[in-house]
Each structure stands twice: as C-alpha cells, then as structure tokens.
Ligand binder design. Structure first.
Ligand code: ATP
Ligand code: MG
Length: 693
C-alpha cells in the first residue's frame, strides 16, 4: 500500500502539484480530462511531468502501458532516471524494476519506427524497411532527379537539399506545394510542376526500395492511425500518453495524438509557446495553443509562474527580451533567487578573441570548483563553434558537441553502416550505390546497371549473385558479393556481424584514406556502441534517428565520469540547464540570422531562440558580441567578415540589465602611455604581451 501523501509531493508548488495529481485515481488510471501545462522556461514543466509519471506508477499505473514522448533520446533517458529517483522514495528497490518497464519512452520518430515495424504486415509494409537520414534522403532525391533529367548546373534547378527541404515542409505542414513555395521558397516558384514530378518519383522510389525517410516515420504513422480499427487498438495499448516540449510538434504529430486519444483521456502535454523554435521544420505553435479546445470537455490548463532555474538578474534580462514578442500566451516569470551578478554583455574584437575569452572564463570557473560539465557554450549554427573548438583542442580542454557534425557523418562510418543497411534491405539503392563505388573499377554506370537488375528481380540478392562482374572490378567484385551473401545468411549473429562487415571493409578504408588509424579506431568504437543494442535493426534505427554526439577526441560517446565542456547549438540545448552559459555571436546577422527571408515570423522565432539560450543559465550568463563576425553572406567587396552590431533584441534601453565588459581590457594607446613620453619608439614588451591576448 502506498501512503496517501508521499513526500515527493511536498517538494512541488501548489500548481505543479495540481498538474501531478490531476485525475490520478488510486488504481493509477486517469479518467479525467486531458491536461495541458503551459509555462515559461525553468518553471518546472519537465520536472512536473517526471513527477506525474512517477506518481502514476506509484499509484499502480502500468509503465508498460505509458507512452512518453520527448524531444531527444537523451531527454527520454533523463526522464526515466528522474522518474526512478522520485518513485524510489516510495517504492524503494522496486522502483528500478518498474521504470525499466517504461519501454515506450523516446522521440516521435523513434517510437514511430518501432510501431511501424510491429504493424508492417497489416499496413502493407515490408518490416525490413530501412531508414534514410537527411543525407541519404538528399542522395536519393539526387538519383531520382538525374533519372528525370533535371540538371542543376545548366538550368539552376534547386539543389538536392533544397528539394528535400521543400518536400519535407509540404509533408510535415500538410500544406500544398504551391503554398510552401510562395511562403518560404519564392525563388523556386517557377519549378512547381517539375518539383511535383520529382516528388512523385521520389515517393515511388522509396516505396520500390522499401526505405522510409524521417518524414515517412510520422506520415506512415499518421496514415496508419487514420484507419479507425488500428487507431483504437493502438490507443488502447497506452493508458497514458505524455509529451514534453509540445510547442515544437508539427501538425502530423498532433493528428497522431488525436487519433490515438480522440477524447483526450490519459493525454498530458507540456510546453512553452515562447520557446517554439522549430517552425523551420514545420512545427507549429498552434498545436499547443489549440490543444485545450480540441476536446470536449476541454483540457485542463495549468500555468506556472515561478522560475526555479535562473538568478533574478538573468531572469529579468530574459523576460525583457521576450516581453517584446508580438504574440505570446505564457506570462513573465518570477524567482526568489536573488543575486548581485548581472548577466554580462561582452564586447570582443572578433571570433578568435571570443574563443579565447570563453576558454579563459571556463578555466577561471573551474578554478572556483565549477566542473566543465556545469558549463556550456551555445551558438546559432553548428559551424560557429569552429574557432572555439580549435582553441579548446590547443588548450587540451575536453568537450562534447551536441547537435553538430555527428560521429556518424564521417564517410568511413557511413560506409560501414551502408553495408549493414544493404544487407538488411538489398533494395536500398542509396546504400548499394555507395557500397559498389567503394570497389576499384566500379563507377556510377556499372553500379546503376547492377542495381537495375536487382530492382527488377523478385529476389534481389539472387540477382546480385548472378550479376556479371563489372568489367574492371575483378576479384574485388566477388569478394563484395560473397561478403553480402555471408552477412545476409546471418550465421555469426549480432554484434559479431558488424565485426565481419568491418573485416571486409578495412582494406578499402586503407586504400582510400590517409589517416587510417583514427578511422579504424572509430569503427572499433562503433562496435562498442553496437554491443549495447539487442539487434542490428534496432541499432541502425536508433542510430539513424538520434546519433551520438561528437567529442573532442573523436571517440563517439564520452565516458560517464569524465569531465567535459558542452558545446551545443541553441536548438539542441532545449530543456537543459547549466550553472554557467556562454552564448556566441549575439549579433545581428547571426541572431537574428541573415540567411532567412526576414519575414516577421522568422524574426520572432529568432527572438524566441535568444530567449531559449538565455534561460539555460542558472547563475552566470555571458552574451558575447564580436565586433567582426564571419558570415556566409558575401559583401559587395567579396569580404566575408562584416562589422557586426549587437543583436536588435537587446536595444539600448535594456543595457542597464547587463554588466558591460570589453575584452581584452583595452590596450593603452602607445601615444599616451608612459613609454611614449620617454621617447621609446617601439614598446616591445607591450607587443609581446599582446601576442598572448
Ligand atoms: P524548460 O522550459 O527550459 O524546459 P522546465 O519548465 O521544463 O524548463 P525544469 O527543467 O523542469 O523546467 O526545471 C527547472 C529547474 O527547476 C530544475 O533544476 C528543477 O529541478 C527545478 N525545479 C522545478 N520545480 C521545482 C520545485 N518545486 N522546487 C525546487 N526546484 C524546482
Ligand atoms: Mg523542460
């Protein structure tokens, strides 16, 4: 039996507690109306969600019948850990066993992939489907475009990545091609009919090859639950569906939830409209704003207004920035975490100085006992951390980069994964195309010829075995075909299969690359990661959807107890918090970015992005403003360095909320320095010192 008033409830404020207890009955069921928690950053939404899950479990809800949807796999794992900590106080040892049963925790895409494999036979899908990441999808788009004869070079037809982005927007926003072109890609509007033809061929190619792209995982899922009998069955499998960061879901995702729980029973969503930053992937803030009225009776709404994360001066500055937003539901937050330290607005000369400033501050913080892990550096776009990564490497400071170039993007890792994918699904043309061209003497034409044969055959592997060797491939061809056949037979089992694949691949790696040792180390690392997965299929699925983050030593995943600095795009920092946060390039042209079309909607989203960045900080916040800044927008003189101004989101009237710092501290002007007055023509000492600034 469970105490009626477990101690963990006392740690919540009354509104949080209301959300946690909303409709929870003693048997863990919830007969009540759906629940929306909508509140600003750091007000405890995620924490409240974790308490609600724990509270349900403590009251007897079956964790195997809970669906928990988070923004990343890391967030899902973190949520499970928190649930265990909270429930552990009541259930003791048993809590671990119970939360282990929380198997349906993950991202929409990851959960979608699992459900689609389960239901594949019932929806006419081959369960051996492979999943394409964005790069694979762009490659397939390119192959199809070639076949249709739309050339980019002569006719200025949109590039493969643009085609994919347009396609993806149509699918996720459930919007017609013409409307997407008009709103977001006006320069492609003249290609509407060709794009329509291209997308039709792309869809057909995916189906023929039995591959799903990211968008398909949601699209197929939505289509699947549009069939009422499946929706009822699947909805019945979950007593509770709980979603974090709901402001960043798109229409497909909300339609899936609605199909699973048409009456909203057992549905809990939490989010903050002021933190909606994924509209470029068709997320829509309407989802969260319209949520309550989608149900009858409407959802219960709980708002929270106390921030537990940030010191008062940091919160005041963040509130000021978001206050000017044109449309907003959530209200300003308050905190009782007084502090005399205002957030810093740091002027530096350029990005090199910016990197040095960060390193210096990070090390100073460490001197005071703040570990590297309690500090993070955030930036608008992945490549902005380049100079900092150089400086950190030079100074031997370990770091992990979230949301940046992934370990899995390295060519050799992709080669090996393509091999596994091709074995799993020999109709996957992008994988086959990549692999065959690893062989000396095999070019696109001969690869295409073999793939065409496989494509027309009922048994693609049989067709591969029988295909005549391309004229210049020789022994390498039979070695390749044998490797595929052996792996396909699956005699060695998982994960030994990966080692077998590597053995075949390594001679090719040695032939193609110079830095063989580090690349081989990556592949060994990949095997270590693979060992943590029950099957090759699960490994490929989860890695494709949510790859591990890159680290400073290229070692894939960091050790648990190692200390390292976090580098992250602002987008990937969502939901997280650190004692000390540095935000790079807080200048116009970066935040807001000058790459967009500059519509009001886009500018407003950039303001929310800055708000998200600032609200990650607990105690120390540094917004850095380099006076010169590298941009991809070329100036008239061809110079890519532009003189930058502080972001427009911090107008002069806000400056009193910040402490203004200039770094390095201004070098004394030689003309007025004592050295000059003594008739010294050059102050060599000052020059030497300035070399190290
Ligand atoms: P975000 O919008 O950034 O995702 P959030 O609303 O999800 O933020 P949480 O991450 O859940 O906020 O909580 C922010 C911090 O406040 C965490 O450190 C959490 O432990 C703490 N916190 C939340 N509620 C309470 C509370 N009632 N008492 C003390 N600390 C709390
Ligand atoms: Mg949160």
């Amino acid at each position: 039996t469970v105490s009626a008033n477990p101690a963990y409830l006392d740690q919540l404020n009354p509104r949080q507690r209301q959300a946690v207890e909303h409709g929870v009955l003693a048997d863990g069921s919830s007969s009540a109306t759906p629940l929306l928690v909508i509140a600003g950053a750091g007000s405890g939404k995620t924490n409240t969600l974790a308490h609600r899950v724990a509270h349900l479990i403590v009251n007897g809800a079956d964790p195997r019948r809970m669906l928990l949807l988070t923004f990343s796999r890391r967030a899902a794992a973190e949520m499970a850990r928190r649930v265990e900590r909270i429930a552990g106080k009541v259930l003791g040892q048993n809590a671990g066993v119970m939360t282990d049963a929380l198997t349906w925790a993950g991202t929409f895409h990851g959960i979608g992939a699992r459900l689609l494999r389960d239901y594949a036979p019932e929806i006419g899908l081959d369960p051996a489907f492979s999943i394409h990441d964005r790069e694979d999808s762009a490659d397939l788009m390119n192959l199809v475009r070639h076949e249709l004869g739309f050339s980019t070079t002569q006719s200025r037809f949109p590039a493969k990545a643009t085609c994919l982005a347009i396609y993806s927007r149509c699918v996720n926003a459930e919007t017609a091609l013409e409307d997407v072109l008009r709103a977001s890609y006006p320069w492609c509007a003249g290609w509407a009919s060709e794009l329509r033809q291209l997308f039709a061929a792309y869809v057909e190619a995916k189906q023929r090859q039995n591959v799903l792209d990211y968008d398909d995982l949601l699209l197929y899922w939505a289509q699947m639950v549009a069939e009422p009998s499946i929706a009822a069955e699947l909805g019945g499998r979950f007593d509770h569906i709980l979603v974090d960061e709901y402001q960043d879901t798109n229409r497909l995702q909300s339609s899936i939830l609605l199909a699973l729980k048409p009456g909203g029973q057992g549905l809990t969503v939490v989010g903050d409209d002021a933190q909606s930053i994924y509209s470029f992937r068709a997320a829509t803030v309407r989802n969260i704003l319209d949520f309550p009225s989608q149900f009858s009776p409407p959802a219960e709404i709980v708002t929270l207004d106390r921030n537990y994360r940030s010191s008062q001066p940091i919160l005041a500055a963040a509130n000021a920035v978001i206050e000017l937003a044109s449309e907003r539901f959530t209200k300003n937050l308050w905190t009782d975490r007084a502090s005399s330290e205002r957030p810093q607005l740091v002027a530096v000369r350029d990005e090199t100085d910016q990197a040095r400033y960060v390193v210096e501050q990070v090390l100073a913080n460490r001197e005071t006992g703040m570990s590297l892990k309690q500090q993070a550096v955030l930036f608008r776009t992945s490549h902005h951390s380049g100079p900092l990564e150089v400086e950190l490497t030079r100074r031997n400071i370990p770091f992990v980069k979230f949301g940046g170039l992934k370990f899995l993007d390295a060519a050799h890792v992709k080669d090996l994964l393509a091999l596994l994918r091709f074995v799993q699904n020999p109709r996957d043309r992008v994988a086959g195309f990549r692999l065959m061209q690893l062989l000396p003497g095999v070019g696109p034409t001969s690869a295409r010829r073999v793939l065409d044969r496989m494509h027309d055959a009922a048994d693609p592997i049989g067709a591969l075995l029988e295909a005549p060797s391309p004229p210049r491939a020789g022994d390498e061809w039979s070695s390749f075909v044998n490797a595929i056949a052996q792996l396909r037979a699956g005699t060695v089992g998982w994960p030994a299969e990966l080692e077998q694949a590597r053995t075949w691949y390594e001679p090719h790696l040695e032939r193609m690359h110079e830095d063989v040792a580090t690349r081989k180390a990556d592949l060994i690392q990949l095997e270590q990661i693979a060992a943590g997965y029950p099957s090759g299929e699960r490994f490929l699925t989860e890695l494709t959807l949510d790859p591990p983050d890159a680290t400073s030593d290229q070692a894939g995943v960091p050790l648990r107890d190692e200390d390292y600095l976090i580098l992250s795009t602002i987008h990937s920092a969502k939901g997280q918090e650190w004692k000390s946060v540095f935000v790079l390039n807080v200048v116009d042209g970066c935040i807001p970015s000058d790459l967009g079309t500059g519509t009001t909607g886009e500018i407003e989203e950039e303001r929310r992005l800055l708000y998200v960045a600032m609200t990650r900080a607990k105690d120390h916040l540094h917004l850095i403003v380099p006076q010169r800044f590298f941009t991809h927008q070329q100036s008239a003189r061809g110079d890519r360095h532009v003189y930058a101004a502080r972001t427009r989101f911090i107008p002069s009237s806000f400056l009193k909320l910040f402490e203004r710092v200039s770094w390095p501290v201004a070098v004394p002007d030689p003309a007025t320095s004592p050295a000059a007055t003594k008739g010294i023509r050059v102050d060599v000492g000052a020059k030497m010192r300035s070399m190290w600034r």
